[in-house]
Design a protein around this ligand. Structure first.
Ligand code: NAG
Ligand code: NAG
Ligand code: NAG
Ligand code: NAG
Length: 381
């Protein structure tokens, strides 16, 4: 999605424009979110915390719990609509803010220096550490809330991890690091982990090559730097009229111009929703660099958590799936085809695929009922 050469010119400008990009965000209330619960869980040394919102338990004793990880520039609040539907559908939905997003611990100076200047092995350690933080989060949440493990018939209980957009690397780092945590935690999570949902990654978010056709306002330096992130936020929430997807031809995709049959998702946010969910400058730069500078780590975690049988056998009940809208961004559809190819090359059966009709990159915002059904169906197949 983003090219390093272009970013080299963007980064210094963005740091000048958004000097708080590397510091903590100020706390905000989630009180406008009805009955949504919220909290933090300590996941590492030095009191490192991850913030979450939680739909709370549904009426039944045994139910599935989803843990969702947000993308670039949109925090956990982007899941609030689908989250609100889960409780009455017999499921629980927890949306987590990644490190550096509101109420979760900002990156330390040492961590930022690894993001920006780290060696390959420092970046591998960084990526494993973030994965272990997410595994710790889920392990702690299970204990604190008394979640039920997967039932004997496999039909209820347990947990499902969702990574959306630039949120994909964190769940993939978590699953890819399952062999790095104590065996007691491995065993605990093995009895809970029902699913890993990859929702609309771009190829480079999985460590795969970026198609030559790729474009995004964030990487187009003909935009004034100050406009790149706000423009990206409008563009990325748009709908795209794609060509004949059965051809699996990258040239059939609309890489630049949005369609006009439906307004971008960002247009139907209230000002207060926009102000609490969209981070149109803060935190975006480090987040970009965790993709641009971490190609080998992203690729390894993607391969390990999907296709490595040693890793898959440590979480034997986990079903992996990839979901994507058919009028979404070209890069999401390109990644969909890439993972289909990799699944095929690995012998098939590692990943299930869902190309969802009529939805864009923000299915959980614009079509929350559909998103709910797609998430629930991912563990029913
Ligand atoms: C905890 O903080 C100390 C002192 O700032 C630092 O040396 C150490 O690396 C930190 N540990 C982690 C895991 O971040
Ligand atoms: C990265 O390296 C450059 C050049 O060595 C140095 O000036 C800069 O302070 C470093 N930045 C961080 C965040 O470590
Ligand atoms: C970006 O977000 C800030 C803080 O919410 C807001 O003041 C500013 O108007 C936003 N800029 C754009 C272009 O939306
Ligand atoms: C699978 O993962 C294990 C554990 O990390 C590793 O030892 C092994 O080399 C991997 N296998 C392949 C084929 O990459």
């Amino acid at each position: 999605m983003l090219q390093f050469t272009r970013l080299l010119t963007l980064v210094p400008t963005v740091f000048l424009l958004f000097p708080h990009a590397i510091s903590a965000s100020s706390p905000r209330l989630v009180s406008s979110r009805g009955s949504t619960l919220s909290g933090t869980i300590t996941v590492g040394q030095n009191g490192t915390e991850l913030f979450y919102t939680d739909s709370g338990p549904p009426a039944s004793d045994s139910y599935v719990t989803f843990f969702a990880v947000h993308g670039l520039g949109f925090d956990e609040g982007i899941f609030q609509k689908v989250q609100a539907l889960m409780q009455t559908s017999g499921a629980r939905f927890v949306a987590i803010n990644r490190r550096d997003y509101p109420h979760s611990t900002p990156y330390s100076a040492a961590e930022i220096s690894v993001i920006i200047n780290g060696t390959d092995s420092e970046r591998t350690q960084f990526s494993t550490a973030r994965g272990v933080e997410l595994l710790t989060f889920m392990s702690q949440f299970i204990v604190q809330k008394g979640l039920s493990p997967i039932s004997a018939d496999g039909l209820t209980g347990g947990i499902v991890l969702i990574g959306w957009s630039l949120g994909n690397p964190l769940p993939l780092a978590a699953v890819g690091s399952i062999d790095k945590v104590p065996s007691s935690m491995q065993k605990q999570l093995a009895s809970y982990m029902r699913g890993l949902i990859m929702q609309e990654p771009a190829p480079n978010i999985l460590g795969l090559p970026t198609p030559a056709q790729n474009w995004a306002p964030l990487i187009d330096t003909s935009f004034p730097a100050v406009d790149q992130i706000p423009m990206f936020n409008i563009w990325v929430t748009s709908y795209f009229q794609q060509g004949d997807l059965s051809t699996r031809d990258l040239n059939q995709l609309s890489w630049v111009v949005p369609a006009v049959f439906r307004e971008p998702s960002i247009f139907n946010m209230t000002p207060s929703q926009f102000n609490s969910i969209v981070l149109n400058g803060t935190n975006v730069v480090n987040d970009l660099l965790t993709v641009l500078n971490f190609g080998p780590q992203l690729l390894l975690n993607y391969q390990q958590s999907n296709f490595n049988t040693t890793i898959r056998n440590l979480l034997p009940s986990m079903r992996n799936s990839l979901i994507c809208g058919d009028v979404s961004l070209a890069f999401s559809i390109a990644a969909f085809w890439d993972v289909e190819d990799d699944n095929e090359a690995a012998g098939g059966g590692f990943v299930s695929f869902d190309l969802v009709e009529g939805v864009n990159h923000f299915i959980h915002w614009d079509n929350p009922e559909t998103a709910k059904n797609v998430y629930l169906a991912s563990v029913e197949r």
